[in-house]
Design a protein around this ligand. Structure first.
Ligand code: ADP
Length: 479
């Protein structure tokens, strides 16, 4: 069986968050499970992509609003990733460094709709040229949400209608919705089916993917349940489509995230976990101006409300003004106002707080390795990978009980705990988490025991990949 994953991101080629991690890891584990798996993504002008050798495999044209847009499909012939990686080069649309956001202005691209409409159709045209090449099309998030519709209801692609589609929601907040006034950009479609494109009086690719796919998955069982209550307006739709929905928890790529061999950290793990933590924390202190003798509590992620980043400044201030003692580091990019707040905090809480406002893969690995705690005060968290990476590097997660965090972190107050949890989305609850972390840090025996336990937790993809295999088997048998 051949499965083609269609994704806007794929690590190590291009990653903005968890979608990139999943698209770069799940296919490898599917191949290991006997499913022939490839990934197709846009060819951004990112460093890794530019450094790799590619072979040209197909050229085509997408007609959009009467204009022919040329595209080229390339296959990676460089690094062995454990799966076949294809890229869609669209000069003028994807030959930019940023994935979703212009690096210079920090704003999203104004032609996002055009970009992903061309991408999705380029993928379908490519698949059409190779009859029998694909048995399942696995689409990820709203950037690829129109594919399940196009293969069924656009005459140009209808010869692919027999191919089963799986649609995975990594983040239900972003729908990629656009006005009906832009409908002229779409390929011709059967006018009777326009209701499938629609949600809330807009063309809504996420909703359309949910309606038209054969099987729907979310990145954790807890998140699927939460979407029924809160899906940015799609709650009712998801309730309707529950019959074909499954929540599958993400795994982690244990080759990339391996403290024993990780090339991005300074000290690798041997038998002594505490020495591993101490040595990597010391390295962090060369970069960040915070006290080494205190517990180091870190945040790594997008500086957006969804991640609860807006709670962090006040929570740190309250904790420190109340006499709490810990060092804090924030690594992230996002909301410009939050960025400024964090930058000001460097001067306000000298030697207790420091930040690096950037996306930096290597630094994130060093932070997982050298921090004592990782905070995730998320409002919503579809799965969350950071807490799973933290486990693997002996860093104790402090998380809000939501979505995938609730599925993966057990509070230490129960005998078999793996982290610190708090339930309310509030500054006080997060401060409570810091206080518990500071107390636990003093009780070294308990701290060491917990580190030892979480490092050995198994969140590799092997188990979850099998759940996708079961879905592929089910839909191809039906076919
Ligand atoms: P998201 O909702 O952002 O996809 P996830 O927890 O699923 O959240 O995945 C986030 C991924 O992005 C993790 O691999 C995390 O380490 C990485 N990441 C987020 N922000 C940064 C950053 N500023 N620098 C480096 N890595 C980052």
């Amino acid at each position: 069986m051949k499965v083609l994953h269609v994704s806007a991101e794929c690590y190590p080629a291009a990653k903005a968050g968890g979608l990139g991690d999943v698209a770069g890891a799940l296919p490898k584990y599917l191949n290991q499970a006997g499913i022939d798996t490839a990934v197709i993504m846009p060819k951004y002008r990112q460093k890794w992509i530019l450094q790799q050798p590619w072979e040209h495999v197909y050229s085509g044209m997408v007609r959009m609003a009467g204009v022919q847009v040329p595209f080229y499909i390339h296959r990676n012939i460089g690094e062995d990733l454990g799966f076949e990686l294809l890229s869609v080069d669209v000069p003028g649309l994807f030959d930019r460094e940023g994935i979703y956001v212009d690096a210079q202005t920090s704003y999203g691209y104004a032609d996002e709709i055009e970009r992903y409409l061309v991408f999705q159709q380029a993928v379908l045209q490519f698949v059409q040229q190779l009859p029998g090449f694909v048995d399942v099309l696995h689409c990820h998030d709203h950037h690829t949400g129109l594919i399940p519709f196009m293969v069924k209801h656009c005459p140009e692609y209808r010869n692919l209608a027999h191919i089963p589609t799986v649609f995975t929601i990594h983040n239900g907040m972003y729908h990629g919705a656009f006005s009906w006034s832009k409908a002229y950009l779409l390929p011709w479609y059967d006018a009777n089916t326009s209701g499938l494109l629609e949600w809330g009086n807009t063309i809504n690719p996420l909703a359309c993917g949910i309606k038209c796919c054969w099987q729907l998955t979310t990145v954790s069982p807890g998140y699927l349940m939460e979407l029924l209550q809160s899906a940015n307006g799609l709650e009712w739709l998801i309730r309707n489509e529950m019959g074909k929905a499954t929540g599958i928890i993400n795994g982690i790529d244990t080759d990339v995230w391996n403290p024993e061999s990780d090339p991005l950290i300074s000290f690798r793990m041997n038998e002594d976990i505490n020495e591993f933590k101490r040595a990597n924390k010391y390295i962090l202190m060369q970069r960040f101006n915070v006290r080494q003798d205190l517990p180091l509590i870190t945040f790594i992620g997008r500086l957006v409300n969804e991640k609860g980043a807006d709670l962090i400044p006040d929570a740190i201030a309250k904790f420190l003004y109340d006499g709490g003692r810990a060092s804090f580091v924030v690594l992230g990019t996002g909301d410009p106002a939050l960025k400024n707040t964090f930058l000001k905090m460097k001067d306000q809480f000298v030697s207790f707080f420091d930040t690096s406002i950037e996306y930096n893969e290597a630094l994130s690995h060093q932070l997982y390795a050298g921090s004592d705690y990782l905070m995730m005060p998320s409002r919503v968290e579809p799965c969350g990978l950071n807490q799973l990476y933290a486990f693997r590097y002996g860093t104790i997660p402090i998380v809000r009980t939501t979505g995938g965090l609730a599925d993966t972190v057990i509070d230490v107050s129960s005998g078999n705990g793996t982290g610190l949890r708090f339930d309310d989305f509030s500054m006080d609850a997060l401060v409570g988490g810091f206080k518990r972390a500071a107390l636990l840090y003093e009780r070294k025996e308990l701290l060491w025991e917990l580190r030892e336990k979480i490092i050995h937790l198994d969140y590799s993809w092997a188990k979850s990949a099998q759940k996708y295999v079961d879905i592929y088997n089910k839909i191809t048998l039906k076919n």
